[in-house]
Structures are given as structure tokens and as C-alpha cells.
Write a protein that binds this ligand. Structure first.
Ligand SMILES: [Cu+2]
Length: 162
């Protein structure tokens, strides 16, 4: 019983998190502004599970986006970049990043990652538990009825035999 519950819960959570990762509509885009030396926007806020897409094309100068804490790295500076990074659970916090060739010129940015809300998980536990309970009581009441029927049938047979 406990194992079945755990399996249900885990699969529900997996379904939830994979949906969040695949939802590209929620991606936050960081590009390069017309001065060629600034990220736009230079500060973004996301929730754990959400992605930031660093993308620019046909730039006059090659750029990259590298986290100071090493969490993400778009690679070598390039004039065309499309780099998507998902901030998985556990990455909550403030992550500053730089464009390596232009960091000294002030081409820096910040990604603020907020922890995913915990209430969602608690709600799912309740839903799973409440859906499961009536099923158990239904099965047990059918069993009790069946046993009672057999018992009564035997009793009636014994009475008739005497
Ligand atoms: Cu740059």
C-alpha cells in the first residue's frame, strides 16, 4: 500500500517537473542591446525549473554568458548564440554572470532564481490520499458482504439439515 502511494506520488512529481522543463513559453530571454556592450535585460528573475535563453544573432562583437559561480556557460564568445539553461531545483539564489571579453566594459548580468513553491507537493499528497481511501473502504465492504453472505448461507443450510 505504502509503496503504491509512493509510486503514484513520485510519478505525479516527475510528470509535473518534466512539464515545467518542456514549457518553453516560460523561458526568459536575455539578449544584447544596441550599445553592443550590455545584456538586455541585465537582471532577470526565474523560478526553479524555469529556463533562461541567452540569444543574439548578427552581433558586431562576439559575446558569451558565463556564470561567476560556474553554474552555466554559453561557450566561446560568438556573434550568434542560442544557449538555453534550465535552473533545476536546488539552484535557488543569485547568480551573477559576465560576457568574458567585455566584463571590464561592464557587460555583466544577474539571474535571480526563486525556490519553487512547496505547497504544490503537499496538495498532491492530499489528492492521492483522498482518492485512495474510498477505494479501500469499497473493497473491504464488498469483502465483508461476501463473507456475511457465505456465513448466512451455511447457517441456513445447517438449519435445514437438522
Ligand atoms: Cu560581450
Amino acid at each position: 500500500m505504502q509503496k503504491a502511494l509512493m509510486l503514484l506520488l513520485v510519478s505525479a512529481l516527475l510528470a509535473c517537473s518534466s512539464q515545467t522543463v518542456a514549457a518553453e513559453d516560460s523561458d526568459v530571454i536575455v539578449t544584447v542591446d544596441s550599445t553592443n556592450l550590455r545584456f538586455n535585460p541585465s537582471e532577470v528573475t526565474v523560478t526553479e525549473g524555469q529556463a533562461v535563453r541567452f540569444m543574439w544573432a548578427g552581433q558586431a562583437l562576439p559575446h558569451n554568458a558565463v556564470a561567476d559561480d560556474g553554474l552555466f556557460d554559453s561557450g566561446e564568445p560568438a556573434r550568434d548564440v542560442d544557449y538555453r539553461f534550465v535552473f533545476e531545483p536546488g539552484t535557488a539564489g543569485t547568480h551573477t554572470f559576465v560576457c568574458e571579453p567585455h566584463a571590464s566594459a561592464g557587460m555583466v548580468g544577474t539571474v535571480i532564481v526563486e525556490a519553487a513553491p512547496v505547497e504544490v507537493v503537499e496538495e498532491e499528497t492530499e489528492v492521492v490520499a483522498s482518492e485512495d481511501t474510498p477505494a479501500i473502504s469499497l473493497v473491504s465492504s464488498i469483502l465483508v458482504t461476501a463473507f456475511a453472505a457465505v456465513f448466512v448461507a451455511r447457517y441456513v443450510d445447517d438449519e435445514q439439515a437438522e
